[in-house]
Ligand binder design. Structure first.
Ligand code: BDR
Ligand code: CA
Length: 312
């Protein structure tokens, strides 16, 4: 059986990704660790608990880091709503968080489950902190799908950077350089053909179940934001796409491995996922250009294309 740990800054699209994993027969979710990102960490914990309740799951939920390693938290309530779930009053009624800290839970879970799969749906602060405290956990993680990055310079916070990486670039850098086998599912994949269109939304609502209604309702603010950003009706769902790739790797139609570094110095390109597609940083002729800070990065798999009907 595949054992999965989900790290999330639970807001609207995270909630859909959680439902996918909690209801999937393909994985056993050992724990949900929560981090500050879209919303403050207490709110994200409440959202994860509510989602787990709705799925009838008793998966343990742990509260984690409440701010990035070196920066102030910048949340995304303008996109997800003040409570991260579109402000409909979704609150847990039965469940509460575990007592331990998410960073500790993450390490214990990795140590107890060699071959553990991890997916990160928020800033990488929890995983980076766990790695700083005990780098040996890396060897027990067989696969880490990271929803993050914008390798084509199509960021959603700046032209260069995607939210999860931009919020805590230092943490992202630690994870990228840790030796964990990383698969990057960038934000740009969730737009255009992969976004839910109006017909898709109607199909989901026609299921007429509490989970289907919640999946659409909790994205109501995200739907408005998508319209403001693109002029189109729809919902873009980066975290569920990453979860889909985790659950069924065959959905990633084009994947290639390249060195990846994270930009932590510049203001213009803060949090950029710098993907060395042409291997130039390993070219000896360029070696003198790369100091200690900017070495050639580490290999990560980058997903470029999804199995989506009509993908251009
Ligand atoms: C990512 O940031 C958040 O807004 C979403 O939940 C997703 O994880 C997209 O950039
Ligand atoms: Ca997220």
């Amino acid at each position: 059986a595949r054992t999965l740990l989900i790290d999330t800054d639970t807001a609207s699209d995270d909630a859909v990704a959680l439902m996918m994993a909690l209801r999937s027969p393909q994985v056993e979710v050992a724990a949900i660790t929560v981090v500050a990102g879209n919303v403050p960490v207490e709110q994200a914990v409440s959202n994860a608990l509510y989602t787990a309740e709705l799925c009838g799951s008793d998966v343990p939920v742990f509260a984690g880091c409440d701010e990035p390693l070196k920066r102030e938290l910048e949340s995304a309530t303008w996109f997800h709503g003040q409570d991260g779930l579109g402000d409909h009053g979704f609150r847990p009624t039965r469940r509460t968080a575990e007592h331990g800290h998410a960073v500790h839970a993450l390490s214990s879970c990795a140590l107890a489950n060699p071959g553990l799969e991890v997916i990160t749906l928020g800033p990488l602060t929890n995983l980076a902190t766990a790695l700083l405290r005990d780098p040996s956990i890396a060897k027990n993680i067989s696969r880490c799908v990271v929803m993050g990055g914008a390798p084509c310079c199509e960021g959603n916070v700046t032209p260069a950077a995607e939210f999860n990486i931009w919020v805590d670039p230092e943490a992202a850098r630690i994870v990228m350089l840790s030796g964990i086998p990383i698969e990057l599912v960038g934000w740009q994949l969730s737009r255009y053909d992969a976004a839910l269109n109006v017909d898709d939304i109607e199909k989901v609502l026609a299921l007429d179940t509490p989970l289907a209604r919640f999946a659409i309702e909790c994205n109501s603010r995200a739907r408005e934001a998508y319209l403001e950003q693109t002029g189109e009706h729809g919902i873009s769902l980066p975290d569920p796409i990453a979860m889909a790739v985790l659950l069924d790797p065959s959905l990633a139609l084009e994947v290639s491995e390249h060195d990846v570094e994270i930009e932590c110095e510049s203001v213009l390109t803060r949090g950029m996922t710098v993907v060395d597609r042409l291997n130039v940083t390993r070219d000896e002729r360029n070696a003198s250009r790369w100091g200690e800070v900017h070495d050639h990065g580490r290999p990560a798999k980058i997903v470029w294309k999804l199995d989506v009907p009509g993908w251009k």
